[in-house]
Write a protein that binds this ligand. Structure first.
Ligand SMILES: *[C@@H]1O[C@H](CO)[C@@H](O)[C@H](O)[C@H]1NC(C)=O
Ligand SMILES: *[C@@H]1O[C@H](CO)[C@@H](O)[C@H](O)[C@H]1NC(C)=O
Ligand SMILES: *[C@@H]1O[C@H](CO)[C@@H](O)[C@H](O)[C@H]1NC(C)=O
Ligand SMILES: *[C@@H]1O[C@H](CO)[C@@H](O)[C@H](O)[C@H]1NC(C)=O
Length: 406
């Protein structure tokens, strides 16, 4: 992670929730939008985002309020932005912003990636393994490959949700914009794919062919592992993947709600032990303030996974609690500074912990806390005029500077 990239969303009536703003200048705003609009179909307003070659899909007309960006990944001047299909009227679930072509902070153009056709739903909603249905978050590895899970699921409200096709892991080679692997996740592994929002990729230092994807499932509270050279997937189950009942209450911009989300994010850390080639994998549930660590050698062992929790259970270590209100969606590790960064939903902040220090609440800092601009989507009520989506960046080094994580 050379840059910390943050996608924030603002909801109507955003109000301070009583926390101090610390070092709000630390993150640099890269892009912002009020709403996503569709320029391909002649929308009149200026703050417009999608451009595409027109595909006639009158069944699925553009829905401004449905287009909520959820994930962003930076790679060599391109930002890959996802919009999961949780409402009808989303032209593309996977998009790219070419930063060189979008010098202005306001309303950059999202282009469907790798193209519009791959992103377009068939009008009869028939399964089509060549198309992508819904994506939450992506990851790019050191071999210029974009990894993500297509949930295959339309999470439309009002009982209109449907499984279009099996969830699938995709790997796209960004140098040629072509899919180099599509692995359909079998029903024996998971029945539905909508609980798989995140992905972490662990690539061998010298061999791009040896790579593993770690995919948490907050709904089933499992961790799936895919081996690229093995061409297979296996899974782990553990009590530590569950939510913690005392930490399920959220208060975001005065919206109160309770979540039961289990294991949500996995971050590949540094060395497991000083001398070893194993690496630490950090993970946590969303409705939780605990952090768990396991060696990547455990996760990569398919035989072990099949032997069951009784055999591998003790390999997962509970590091401790991060502190009050530190419930986190995604987290990411910076190998240069050794700092783990957390997106903290309940206090609209980016938290940090320097992994070279003991895991205690005191050693957890706040890089950026902003109750006006950095607000997680508590619900889908958007404001027409205010800026609702922002992308920030900062170097991990500068982000951690001046905090306990330095
Ligand atoms: C798009 O499809 C609709 C309905 O099938 C049709 O009426 C319209 O003419 C088509 N538009 C274009 C540009 O092909
Ligand atoms: C891949 O896609 C990007 C973004 O659309 C584009 O800028 C680039 O030229 C494409 N590369 C190739 C080899 O087609
Ligand atoms: C995988 O785990 C099994 C069972 O504990 C063990 O026998 C085997 O040596 C492990 N394989 C590797 C590569 O560590
Ligand atoms: C959106 O927010 C702006 C500024 O805070 C306010 O003036 C406007 O009435 C709001 N619009 C809606 C539709 O809530």
């Amino acid at each position: 992670m050379d840059k910390l990239i943050v996608l924030g969303l603002l909801v109507v009536g955003a109000l301070h929730v009583g926390l101090r703003i610390v070092s709000a200048e630390k993150l640099e705003l890269v892009y912002q939008w009020s709403q996503l609009r569709d320029v391909s179909r002649g929308a009149a307003l200026p703050n417009v985002v999608f451009s595409s070659d027109s595909v006639n899909n009158s069944e699925d007309t553009f829905n401004t309020y449905g287009n909520l960006p959820m994930g962003v990944t930076h790679h060599k001047g391109f930002l890959y932005v996802t919009i999961p299909r949780r409402r009808p009227g989303i032209p593309a679930t996977l998009n790219v912003i070419d930063m060189a072509r979008n010098p202005s902070v306001n309303d950059p153009t999202l282009s469907p990636y790798p193209n519009l056709l791959v992103n377009t739903l068939r009008s009869d909603f028939a399964a089509d393994p060549k198309r992508i249905i819904s994506v939450y978050r992506t990851q790019v590895d050191r071999c210029d490959r974009l990894w993500f899970v297509d949930t295959g699921y339309l999470e439309y409200p009002g009982g209109a949700g449907r499984q279009v096709q099996r969830p699938a892991l995709w790997v796209i080679d960004l140098t040629i914009n072509r899919s180099v692997r599509r692995f359909e996740i079998p029903p024996e592994m998971v029945e539905f794919g909508w609980g798989i929002p995140n992905i972490e990729v662990d690539v061998d230092g010298s061999d791009c062919g040896r790579a593993y994807a770690y995919m948490p499932d907050y709904e089933q509270r499992r961790l799936y592992v895919y081996g690229l050279s093995e061409g297979r997937m296996w899974r782990f189950e553990h009590n530590y993947f569950s939510f913690e009942p005392r930490y399920g209450d959220f208060n975001v911009a005065r919206q109160r709600f309770t979540w039961y989300d289990g294991i949500f994010s996995v971050a590949l850390g540094g060395r497991w032990q000083e001398s070893s080639t194993e690496r630490t994998v950090y993970l946590h549930a969303m409705a939780s303030v605990s952090e768990i660590a396991v060696s990547n050698r455990i996760l990569q062992n398919e035989t072990l996974a099949q032997l069951g929790n009784g055999v591998y259970g003790s390999a997962f270590r509970h590091l401790g609690a991060r502190g009050p209100n530190t419930q986190s969606s995604s987290h990411a590790y910076d190998p240069i500074t050794g700092v783990l960064f957390y997106a903290e939903v309940n206090r609209n902040s980016i938290g940090c912990w320097n992994t070279n220090r003991p895991f205690t609440p005191d050693n957890h800092g706040i890089v950026h806390l902003d109750n006006d601009e950095m607000i997680y989507p508590a619900d889908l009520r958007l404001n027409r005029t205010a800026v609702n989506y922002r992308i920030w960046r900062q170097s991990a080094f500068r982000a951690a500077a001046g905090t306990i994580c330095e």
